[in-house]
Design a protein around this ligand. Sequence first.
Ligand code: PSV
Ligand code: MN
Ligand code: MN
Length: 383
Amino acid sequence: MMNMEEIFRELDELKFELPSWAFSDAGTRFAVFHEEGAACNVFERIEDAALVHELTGCCPSVALHIPWDRVENWEELKEFAKEKGLRIGAINPNLFQDPDYKYGSLTNPSEKIRKKAIAHVMECVDIAVKTDSKVISLWLADGTDYPGQDDFRSRKKRLEESLKYIYDNMPEDMYLFIEYKFFEPAFYHTDIPDWGTSYLLAEKLGERALVLVDLGHHAQGTNIEYIVATLLSERKLGGFHLNNRKYADDDLTIASINPYEVFLIFKEIVFAWRDPELSDFAKKVVLMFDQAHITKPKILATVQSVVMAQELFAKALLIDENRLREAQKKCDVVEAEEALMDAFRTDVRPLLREYRRRKNLPEDPIKVFREGNYMEKRRRERR
Ligand code: PSV
Ligand code: MN
Ligand code: MN
Protein backbone atom coordinates (compact mmCIF):
# COMPACT_ATOMS: atom_id res chain seq x y z
CA MET A 1 0.00 0.00 0.00
CA MET A 2 1.39 3.41 -0.95
CA ASN A 3 1.62 6.20 1.57
CA MET A 4 0.37 9.71 0.92
CA GLU A 5 3.74 11.14 -0.09
CA GLU A 6 4.20 8.38 -2.65
CA ILE A 7 0.71 8.97 -4.01
CA PHE A 8 1.49 12.68 -4.32
CA ARG A 9 4.68 11.92 -6.22
CA GLU A 10 2.71 9.75 -8.64
CA LEU A 11 0.06 12.43 -9.00
CA ASP A 12 2.83 14.83 -10.01
CA GLU A 13 3.38 12.66 -13.05
CA LEU A 14 -0.25 12.61 -14.05
CA LYS A 15 -0.77 15.02 -16.94
CA PHE A 16 -3.72 15.52 -19.25
CA GLU A 17 -3.84 17.04 -22.70
CA LEU A 18 -6.72 19.34 -23.61
CA PRO A 19 -8.29 19.51 -27.06
CA SER A 20 -8.58 22.99 -28.54
CA TRP A 21 -11.94 21.99 -30.04
CA ALA A 22 -13.60 21.46 -26.67
CA PHE A 23 -13.73 25.23 -26.15
CA SER A 24 -15.67 26.31 -29.21
CA ASP A 25 -19.28 25.92 -30.16
CA ALA A 26 -20.30 22.35 -30.84
CA GLY A 27 -23.48 20.60 -31.75
CA THR A 28 -25.23 17.48 -32.80
CA ARG A 29 -25.84 16.51 -36.39
CA PHE A 30 -29.04 18.60 -36.11
CA ALA A 31 -27.82 21.92 -34.77
CA VAL A 32 -24.85 23.82 -33.42
CA PHE A 33 -25.47 25.54 -30.09
CA HIS A 34 -23.87 28.83 -29.21
CA GLU A 35 -22.39 29.52 -25.78
CA GLU A 36 -21.94 33.20 -25.09
CA GLY A 37 -18.28 33.96 -24.49
CA ALA A 38 -17.05 30.69 -25.99
CA ALA A 39 -13.77 30.81 -27.88
CA CYS A 40 -14.00 31.80 -31.54
CA ASN A 41 -10.44 31.22 -32.73
CA VAL A 42 -7.39 29.19 -31.81
CA PHE A 43 -5.88 31.93 -29.65
CA GLU A 44 -9.02 32.07 -27.53
CA ARG A 45 -9.14 28.28 -27.39
CA ILE A 46 -5.56 28.25 -26.08
CA GLU A 47 -6.49 30.95 -23.58
CA ASP A 48 -9.31 28.73 -22.29
CA ALA A 49 -7.06 25.67 -22.11
CA ALA A 50 -4.54 27.79 -20.18
CA LEU A 51 -7.24 28.73 -17.69
CA VAL A 52 -8.05 25.05 -17.13
CA HIS A 53 -4.35 24.41 -16.55
CA GLU A 54 -4.12 27.37 -14.19
CA LEU A 55 -7.01 26.01 -12.11
CA THR A 56 -5.97 22.37 -12.10
CA GLY A 57 -2.18 22.43 -12.59
CA CYS A 58 -2.14 19.20 -14.58
CA CYS A 59 -2.97 20.12 -18.19
CA PRO A 60 0.22 21.48 -19.71
CA SER A 61 -0.51 20.77 -23.38
CA VAL A 62 -3.19 21.46 -25.94
CA ALA A 63 -3.97 19.38 -29.02
CA LEU A 64 -4.83 21.12 -32.28
CA HIS A 65 -7.15 20.11 -35.11
CA ILE A 66 -6.23 21.27 -38.61
CA PRO A 67 -7.77 23.18 -40.40
CA TRP A 68 -9.94 24.30 -37.45
CA ASP A 69 -6.85 25.74 -35.75
CA ARG A 70 -4.84 26.76 -38.81
CA VAL A 71 -2.91 30.05 -38.54
CA GLU A 72 -0.50 31.91 -40.81
CA ASN A 73 2.29 32.13 -38.29
CA TRP A 74 2.96 28.94 -36.32
CA GLU A 75 5.92 30.40 -34.48
CA GLU A 76 3.62 33.11 -33.12
CA LEU A 77 1.05 30.50 -32.00
CA LYS A 78 3.69 28.37 -30.34
CA GLU A 79 5.02 31.42 -28.48
CA PHE A 80 1.50 32.47 -27.49
CA ALA A 81 0.87 29.04 -25.99
CA LYS A 82 4.22 29.18 -24.21
CA GLU A 83 3.43 32.57 -22.69
CA LYS A 84 0.23 31.06 -21.38
CA GLY A 85 2.14 28.17 -19.82
CA LEU A 86 1.22 25.55 -22.41
CA ARG A 87 2.90 23.56 -25.15
CA ILE A 88 1.33 22.26 -28.31
CA GLY A 89 0.34 18.60 -28.10
CA ALA A 90 -0.92 16.24 -30.78
CA ILE A 91 -1.69 17.65 -34.21
CA ASN A 92 -4.91 16.13 -35.57
CA PRO A 93 -5.32 16.15 -39.36
CA ASN A 94 -8.89 16.48 -40.56
CA LEU A 95 -9.71 13.98 -43.30
CA PHE A 96 -13.44 13.93 -42.71
CA GLN A 97 -14.99 17.23 -43.74
CA ASP A 98 -13.80 17.79 -47.29
CA PRO A 99 -16.42 16.44 -49.77
CA ASP A 100 -13.53 15.08 -51.86
CA TYR A 101 -13.29 12.32 -49.24
CA LYS A 102 -16.80 11.05 -49.86
CA TYR A 103 -15.38 7.67 -50.93
CA GLY A 104 -12.41 7.74 -48.58
CA SER A 105 -9.26 9.73 -47.89
CA LEU A 106 -6.13 7.59 -47.49
CA THR A 107 -8.10 4.64 -48.91
CA ASN A 108 -9.81 6.46 -51.80
CA PRO A 109 -9.82 4.58 -55.12
CA SER A 110 -8.59 7.76 -56.81
CA GLU A 111 -4.84 8.27 -56.59
CA LYS A 112 -5.34 12.01 -56.92
CA ILE A 113 -7.54 12.14 -53.82
CA ARG A 114 -5.23 9.85 -51.85
CA LYS A 115 -2.36 12.19 -52.69
CA LYS A 116 -4.41 15.15 -51.52
CA ALA A 117 -5.13 13.40 -48.21
CA ILE A 118 -1.46 12.47 -47.77
CA ALA A 119 -0.47 16.07 -48.54
CA HIS A 120 -2.81 17.28 -45.79
CA VAL A 121 -1.26 14.91 -43.26
CA MET A 122 2.21 16.02 -44.37
CA GLU A 123 1.14 19.64 -43.85
CA CYS A 124 0.25 18.59 -40.29
CA VAL A 125 3.68 17.00 -39.89
CA ASP A 126 5.16 20.32 -40.92
CA ILE A 127 2.95 22.15 -38.40
CA ALA A 128 4.07 19.69 -35.73
CA VAL A 129 7.70 20.48 -36.53
CA LYS A 130 7.03 24.22 -36.37
CA THR A 131 5.18 23.98 -33.05
CA ASP A 132 7.54 21.45 -31.42
CA SER A 133 4.82 18.82 -31.29
CA LYS A 134 5.89 15.20 -31.43
CA VAL A 135 2.57 13.54 -32.25
CA ILE A 136 0.35 13.24 -35.31
CA SER A 137 -2.98 11.76 -34.24
CA LEU A 138 -4.93 10.30 -37.11
CA TRP A 139 -8.56 9.33 -37.29
CA LEU A 140 -10.15 8.38 -40.59
CA ALA A 141 -13.81 8.53 -41.48
CA ASP A 142 -13.08 6.09 -44.30
CA GLY A 143 -15.47 3.25 -44.95
CA THR A 144 -18.27 2.17 -47.26
CA ASP A 145 -22.05 2.33 -46.95
CA TYR A 146 -23.05 -0.60 -49.14
CA PRO A 147 -21.85 -4.11 -49.87
CA GLY A 148 -19.86 -4.17 -53.07
CA GLN A 149 -19.14 -0.43 -52.99
CA ASP A 150 -15.39 -1.06 -52.96
CA ASP A 151 -12.99 -3.94 -52.55
CA PHE A 152 -11.86 -4.47 -48.93
CA ARG A 153 -8.39 -5.80 -49.68
CA SER A 154 -7.66 -3.06 -52.21
CA ARG A 155 -8.65 -0.43 -49.66
CA LYS A 156 -6.45 -2.06 -47.03
CA LYS A 157 -3.51 -2.01 -49.43
CA ARG A 158 -4.08 1.65 -50.32
CA LEU A 159 -4.33 2.55 -46.64
CA GLU A 160 -1.09 0.75 -45.83
CA GLU A 161 0.71 2.47 -48.70
CA SER A 162 -0.58 5.92 -47.74
CA LEU A 163 0.37 5.42 -44.08
CA LYS A 164 3.78 4.11 -45.02
CA TYR A 165 4.49 7.22 -47.06
CA ILE A 166 3.47 9.41 -44.11
CA TYR A 167 5.41 7.40 -41.54
CA ASP A 168 8.56 7.23 -43.66
CA ASN A 169 8.50 10.98 -44.20
CA MET A 170 7.97 12.05 -40.61
CA PRO A 171 10.93 13.24 -38.51
CA GLU A 172 12.54 10.42 -36.59
CA ASP A 173 11.35 11.65 -33.22
CA MET A 174 7.70 12.00 -34.21
CA TYR A 175 4.93 9.54 -33.34
CA LEU A 176 1.93 8.53 -35.40
CA PHE A 177 -1.18 7.60 -33.39
CA ILE A 178 -3.81 5.57 -35.24
CA GLU A 179 -7.31 5.95 -33.80
CA TYR A 180 -10.04 3.41 -34.47
CA LYS A 181 -13.81 3.70 -34.35
CA PHE A 182 -16.17 0.87 -35.05
CA PHE A 183 -18.78 2.77 -37.06
CA GLU A 184 -19.80 6.16 -38.43
CA PRO A 185 -19.86 8.03 -40.68
CA ALA A 186 -19.81 4.96 -42.92
CA PHE A 187 -22.26 2.30 -41.84
CA TYR A 188 -21.57 -0.86 -43.80
CA HIS A 189 -17.86 -1.12 -43.10
CA THR A 190 -15.19 1.08 -41.55
CA ASP A 191 -11.57 0.85 -42.69
CA ILE A 192 -10.11 1.13 -39.18
CA PRO A 193 -12.92 -0.24 -37.00
CA ASP A 194 -11.07 -1.70 -34.02
CA TRP A 195 -7.86 -1.81 -32.01
CA GLY A 196 -6.74 -4.92 -33.87
CA THR A 197 -6.76 -3.11 -37.20
CA SER A 198 -4.99 -0.08 -35.71
CA TYR A 199 -2.46 -2.42 -34.14
CA LEU A 200 -1.83 -4.28 -37.39
CA LEU A 201 -1.25 -1.03 -39.28
CA ALA A 202 0.96 0.38 -36.53
CA GLU A 203 2.94 -2.82 -36.21
CA LYS A 204 3.74 -2.86 -39.94
CA LEU A 205 4.85 0.78 -39.88
CA GLY A 206 7.29 0.61 -36.99
CA GLU A 207 7.99 1.50 -33.40
CA ARG A 208 6.74 5.06 -33.50
CA ALA A 209 3.33 4.11 -34.84
CA LEU A 210 0.96 3.48 -31.93
CA VAL A 211 -2.71 2.86 -31.26
CA LEU A 212 -5.02 5.54 -29.90
CA VAL A 213 -7.98 4.43 -27.80
CA ASP A 214 -11.00 6.74 -27.83
CA LEU A 215 -13.30 5.55 -25.05
CA GLY A 216 -16.36 6.43 -27.13
CA HIS A 217 -15.45 4.24 -30.08
CA HIS A 218 -16.46 0.76 -28.94
CA ALA A 219 -19.50 -1.43 -29.14
CA GLN A 220 -21.62 -1.61 -25.98
CA GLY A 221 -20.11 -3.95 -23.43
CA THR A 222 -16.59 -3.96 -24.92
CA ASN A 223 -14.00 -4.50 -22.21
CA ILE A 224 -11.80 -1.47 -22.89
CA GLU A 225 -9.48 -2.10 -19.96
CA TYR A 226 -8.53 -5.44 -21.48
CA ILE A 227 -7.68 -3.74 -24.78
CA VAL A 228 -5.58 -1.23 -22.84
CA ALA A 229 -3.72 -4.00 -21.00
CA THR A 230 -3.04 -5.83 -24.26
CA LEU A 231 -1.74 -2.72 -26.01
CA LEU A 232 0.41 -1.78 -23.04
CA SER A 233 1.98 -5.20 -22.86
CA GLU A 234 2.79 -4.96 -26.59
CA ARG A 235 4.12 -1.40 -26.19
CA LYS A 236 1.65 -0.24 -28.76
CA LEU A 237 -0.54 2.12 -26.76
CA GLY A 238 0.06 5.73 -27.77
CA GLY A 239 -2.73 7.61 -26.12
CA PHE A 240 -6.36 8.04 -25.19
CA HIS A 241 -9.24 10.19 -26.16
CA LEU A 242 -11.00 10.33 -22.82
CA ASN A 243 -14.74 10.76 -22.80
CA ASN A 244 -17.83 8.74 -21.93
CA ARG A 245 -20.60 7.36 -24.02
CA LYS A 246 -24.08 6.13 -23.43
CA TYR A 247 -25.05 4.93 -26.87
CA ALA A 248 -22.57 5.88 -29.54
CA ASP A 249 -19.78 8.37 -30.13
CA ASP A 250 -21.58 10.91 -27.99
CA ASP A 251 -18.41 12.42 -26.44
CA LEU A 252 -19.87 12.95 -22.97
CA THR A 253 -17.63 14.10 -20.13
CA ILE A 254 -15.42 11.39 -18.74
CA ALA A 255 -16.98 9.04 -16.18
CA SER A 256 -20.33 10.79 -16.32
CA ILE A 257 -21.96 7.45 -17.08
CA ASN A 258 -19.58 4.77 -15.93
CA PRO A 259 -16.88 5.87 -13.45
CA TYR A 260 -16.00 2.30 -12.49
CA GLU A 261 -15.00 1.53 -16.07
CA VAL A 262 -12.64 4.50 -16.13
CA PHE A 263 -11.19 3.44 -12.77
CA LEU A 264 -10.48 -0.03 -14.21
CA ILE A 265 -8.82 1.49 -17.27
CA PHE A 266 -6.68 3.77 -15.08
CA LYS A 267 -5.76 0.75 -12.96
CA GLU A 268 -4.11 -0.79 -16.02
CA ILE A 269 -2.11 2.38 -16.55
CA VAL A 270 -1.13 2.65 -12.89
CA PHE A 271 0.07 -0.96 -12.79
CA ALA A 272 2.06 -0.40 -15.99
CA TRP A 273 3.59 2.75 -14.46
CA ARG A 274 4.73 0.60 -11.55
CA ASP A 275 6.07 -2.24 -13.69
CA PRO A 276 9.83 -1.59 -14.02
CA GLU A 277 9.85 -3.04 -17.54
CA LEU A 278 6.96 -0.93 -18.78
CA SER A 279 7.17 2.17 -16.65
CA ASP A 280 9.06 4.48 -19.04
CA PHE A 281 6.82 3.53 -21.92
CA ALA A 282 3.57 3.75 -19.97
CA LYS A 283 4.36 7.17 -18.56
CA LYS A 284 4.50 8.53 -22.12
CA VAL A 285 0.96 7.44 -22.93
CA VAL A 286 -0.97 10.63 -23.69
CA LEU A 287 -4.21 11.17 -21.77
CA MET A 288 -6.22 13.52 -23.94
CA PHE A 289 -9.86 14.49 -23.64
CA ASP A 290 -11.90 14.27 -26.81
CA GLN A 291 -15.19 15.71 -25.64
CA ALA A 292 -17.81 17.91 -27.23
CA HIS A 293 -19.65 20.04 -24.72
CA ILE A 294 -23.11 20.76 -25.94
CA THR A 295 -25.31 20.94 -22.87
CA LYS A 296 -22.58 21.92 -20.38
CA PRO A 297 -20.62 25.20 -20.41
CA LYS A 298 -17.36 24.31 -22.12
CA ILE A 299 -14.61 25.51 -19.77
CA LEU A 300 -16.50 24.39 -16.70
CA ALA A 301 -17.15 20.96 -18.27
CA THR A 302 -13.45 20.66 -19.01
CA VAL A 303 -12.48 21.56 -15.44
CA GLN A 304 -15.03 19.05 -14.19
CA SER A 305 -13.56 16.39 -16.49
CA VAL A 306 -10.04 17.00 -15.27
CA VAL A 307 -11.12 16.87 -11.63
CA MET A 308 -13.09 13.67 -12.26
CA ALA A 309 -10.21 12.02 -14.13
CA GLN A 310 -7.75 13.03 -11.42
CA GLU A 311 -10.03 11.56 -8.74
CA LEU A 312 -10.42 8.26 -10.55
CA PHE A 313 -6.70 8.08 -11.18
CA ALA A 314 -6.04 8.75 -7.49
CA LYS A 315 -8.43 5.92 -6.60
CA ALA A 316 -6.50 3.62 -8.95
CA LEU A 317 -3.27 4.71 -7.24
CA LEU A 318 -4.77 3.56 -3.93
CA ILE A 319 -5.25 -0.05 -5.04
CA ASP A 320 -3.26 -2.36 -2.82
CA GLU A 321 -1.39 -4.24 -5.53
CA ASN A 322 0.09 -6.88 -3.20
CA ARG A 323 -3.30 -7.67 -1.73
CA LEU A 324 -4.78 -7.98 -5.20
CA ARG A 325 -1.99 -10.22 -6.48
CA GLU A 326 -2.14 -12.44 -3.40
CA ALA A 327 -5.87 -12.90 -3.91
CA GLN A 328 -5.32 -13.63 -7.60
CA LYS A 329 -2.71 -16.27 -6.74
CA LYS A 330 -5.21 -18.00 -4.48
CA CYS A 331 -8.02 -17.59 -7.02
CA ASP A 332 -9.92 -15.77 -4.30
CA VAL A 333 -12.24 -13.92 -6.61
CA VAL A 334 -14.21 -12.08 -3.94
CA GLU A 335 -11.09 -10.85 -2.14
CA ALA A 336 -9.55 -9.71 -5.47
CA GLU A 337 -12.65 -7.74 -6.32
CA GLU A 338 -12.77 -6.29 -2.80
CA ALA A 339 -9.17 -5.12 -3.19
CA LEU A 340 -10.29 -3.10 -6.19
CA MET A 341 -13.56 -1.96 -4.66
CA ASP A 342 -11.91 -0.77 -1.44
CA ALA A 343 -9.87 1.66 -3.51
CA PHE A 344 -12.82 2.62 -5.68
CA ARG A 345 -15.03 3.30 -2.67
CA THR A 346 -12.45 5.56 -1.01
CA ASP A 347 -13.32 9.23 -1.01
CA VAL A 348 -10.13 10.75 -2.43
CA ARG A 349 -11.39 14.33 -2.39
CA PRO A 350 -9.71 15.26 0.93
CA LEU A 351 -6.43 13.81 -0.37
CA LEU A 352 -6.68 15.81 -3.58
CA ARG A 353 -7.56 18.97 -1.70
CA GLU A 354 -4.41 18.55 0.37
CA TYR A 355 -2.40 17.82 -2.79
CA ARG A 356 -3.65 20.99 -4.47
CA ARG A 357 -3.14 23.06 -1.32
CA ARG A 358 0.52 22.08 -1.29
CA LYS A 359 0.85 23.13 -4.91
CA ASN A 360 -0.85 26.47 -4.34
CA LEU A 361 -3.67 25.42 -6.58
CA PRO A 362 -7.34 26.02 -5.86
CA GLU A 363 -8.55 23.20 -3.62
CA ASP A 364 -11.81 23.09 -5.50
CA PRO A 365 -11.20 24.18 -9.11
CA ILE A 366 -14.88 23.81 -10.06
CA LYS A 367 -16.00 26.15 -7.28
CA VAL A 368 -13.29 28.69 -8.08
CA PHE A 369 -14.30 28.74 -11.73
CA ARG A 370 -17.97 29.11 -10.86
CA GLU A 371 -17.32 31.93 -8.40
CA GLY A 372 -14.80 33.77 -10.56
CA ASN A 373 -15.80 36.17 -13.31
CA TYR A 374 -14.02 34.20 -16.00
CA MET A 375 -17.05 33.81 -18.26
CA GLU A 376 -18.33 37.30 -17.66
CA LYS A 377 -14.98 38.66 -18.83
CA ARG A 378 -15.09 36.43 -21.88
CA ARG A 379 -18.63 37.46 -22.75
CA ARG A 380 -17.57 41.09 -22.59
CA GLU A 381 -14.32 40.75 -24.49
CA ARG A 382 -15.37 38.21 -27.08
CA ARG A 383 -18.59 39.77 -28.15
C1 PSV B 1 -13.97 10.95 -34.30
O1 PSV B 1 -15.21 10.56 -33.79
C2 PSV B 1 -13.10 11.62 -33.28
O2 PSV B 1 -13.12 10.90 -32.08
C3 PSV B 1 -11.69 11.82 -33.77
O3 PSV B 1 -10.77 11.80 -32.75
C4 PSV B 1 -11.75 13.20 -34.34
O4 PSV B 1 -10.53 13.78 -34.55
C5 PSV B 1 -12.59 13.87 -33.29
O5 PSV B 1 -13.59 12.90 -33.00
C6 PSV B 1 -13.17 15.17 -33.68
O6 PSV B 1 -13.91 15.69 -32.62
MN1 MN C 1 -11.40 10.78 -30.80
MN1 MN D 1 -15.08 10.22 -31.48
